[in-house]
Design a protein. Structure first.
Length: 295
């Protein structure tokens, strides 16, 4: 009996040793765990150093293996490190952006590239045949600096016209939800808040065109000379443009919020009457503006 027990224990020990050094099979895949650290290593060491190697198909075939090493995750950055990185972004591009929109320095450069033209806020490739001379470039940049703008007249006009179109769309939408959707209940007030995105977009483009200013000012850039987007070389000018664009964006956002909240808060019969008549006169204005003039 004792001999049988000893034999069984010996077989179990050999089986455990074989598993630990040779591997174990599951289906057609054999896995091998290196046992270098399995007998005397702590749990942390096993976690840090364990290597799991997978051998495809049969273990006897001499094929390359793919190994995945489990390592601890990178340490989380502390508050000071994060603040240092934020300061680097704010001070990048030759001037400091200390406003509410400093993070735009990490976004806009990947969207707008030097040499592209801006059309309704969308970067487009410049036709090389349309480039102007260095003398014209210098003259236009000087005039833009005096006016404190960063887009040319063509882009300003495009933005103003697009803004008007979106504002008229917002007016028709406001009339529709006030007359058709809103039934004078709480849900109707909430639905009217959906006017905000349309109004904010239209008003934003209209003001941008009116002031001849574009978001590129947040990263010290402009499109004023006809040869595409270019950085503003004077840091003091870039800072003044930054202040102007931040103030413009703040004003647009506050105005859009106030208009949307008032529109949502007023009684349904009042907004339905006002927006209904507004939509009628707005439609007449658009139609009359597109009719050919009398000879």
């Amino acid at each position: 009996m004792r001999f049988t027990t000893v034999a069984i224990n010996a077989l179990l020990a050999l089986s455990s040793l074989h598993w630990r050094t040779q591997g174990f099979s599951f289906g057609t895949t054999t896995y091998k765990i290196t046992s270098k650290y399995t007998q005397h290593a702590s749990r942390e060491e096993i976690y840090n150093r364990a290597t799991l190697t997978s051998f495809a198909t049969n273990a006897d075939e001499d094929k390359p293996s793919v190994s995945t090493v489990v390592t601890p995750q990178s340490p989380v950055k502390d508050k000071d490190d994060i603040n240092d990185e934020i300061e680097k972004v704010k001070n990048s591009m030759g001037f400091r952006n200390d406003g509410n929109y400093w993070f735009m320095k990490t976004i806009l450069p990947s969207v707008f590239k030097d040499g592209q033209r801006v059309k309704n806020g969308i970067p487009t490739d410049l036709d090389p045949s349309l480039k102007v001379s260095d003398e014209i470039v210098a003259e236009r940049r000087s005039a833009a600096a005096e006016r404190l703008i960063n887009i040319d007249e063509d882009e300003s006009t495009r933005r103003s016209e697009f803004g008007k179109t979106v504002l008229f769309t917002a007016l028709f939408y406001a009339a529709f939800i006030s007359i058709v959707v809103d039934e004078g209940d709480v849900f109707g007030h909430l639905v009217r808040l959906s006017l905000f995105p349309l109004f904010a977009t239209g008003y934003g483009f209209y003001e941008s065109g009116k002031q001849s200013f574009e978001t590129l000012g947040k990263v010290g850039g402009g499109d004023v000379d006809g040869n595409g987007i270019a950085p503003i070389e004077d840091p003091s000018l870039a800072l003044r443009l930054l202040t102007k664009v931040n103030n413009m964006n703040d004003s647009i956002g506050v105005t859009a919020v106030i208009v949307s909240v008032i529109f949502a808060a007023l009684p349904q019969d009042l907004v339905a009457t006002v927006t209904g008549w507004g939509a009628i006169f707005g439609g007449l204005y658009l139609v009359s503006g597109r009719l050919p003039e009398e000879p």
